[in-house]
Design a protein around this ligand. Structure first.
Ligand code: GDP
Length: 174
């Protein structure tokens, strides 16, 4: 008998305004060692990554790529349905993308139950051009009950911790 290669599987969604770095995060997630899979029954590509927890548990994280078709309601609904964790991203240099986080969070709450969520402040390499203060970002994360992680996909800062944090959270909820 073939042993399953993972103990648990969780599905993540990746949300935020355009140009904040979502495709870059997805690319980071799928680069090199990560398997690319697709499932014709859902009509979207998905990507999977295996992670080993400290106790040896193997977690499979799955992330869909909607190929930019989020404006279609059916795709949005299918995308959100059954999601178990969420990455909400804004950019350090895009004020509107920060202001939109509250609305994105509300949308997730409407479509999913309460799920572990990380607010990602991306493009932290551009901190000198920041249009948000550290204080207001921390306050927002606290008010929305989300973990805040500051990343630079460009310089590979903290990106893996986003996925590791969510895998750990989902595992704890089992
Ligand atoms: P999306 O529209 O949210 O999917 O954003 P993309 O991933 O396409 O990124 C938009 C632009 O921001 C691209 O030119 C990326 O190269 C750039 N970008 C993404 N992440 C970073 C980052 O951490 N730092 C900087 N400086 N640029 C980034």
């Amino acid at each position: 008998m073939v042993e399953p290669i993972f103990d648990y599987q969780f599905r993540l969604i990746l949300i935020g305004d355009s140009t904040v770095g979502k495709s870059s995060l997805l690319k980071f997630f799928t680069d090199g060692k990560f398997a690319e899979l697709s499932d014709p029954t859902v009509g979207v590509d998905f990507f999977a990554r295996l992670m080993e927890m400290k106790d040896g548990t193997q977690i499979k994280l799955q992330l869909w790529d909607t190929a930019g078709q989020e404006e279609f309601d059916a795709i949005t609904k299918a995308y959100y349905r059954g999601a178990q964790a969420c990455v909400l991203t804004f950019s350090t240099t895009d004020r509107a993308s920060f202001d939109a986080i509250k609305d994105w969070k509300r949308k997730v709450e409407n479509e999913c139950n309460e799920i572990p969520t990380v607010i990602v402040q991306n493009k932290i390499d551009l901190i000198e051009q920041s249009v948000v203060t550290a204080d207001e970002v921390e306050t927002l994360a606290r008010n929305l009950n989300c973990r805040l992680i500051r990343t630079s996909v460009k310089e590979d800062v903290n990106v893996a911790s986003v996925f590791r944090y969510l895998a750990t959270k989902c595992h704890q909820l089992m």
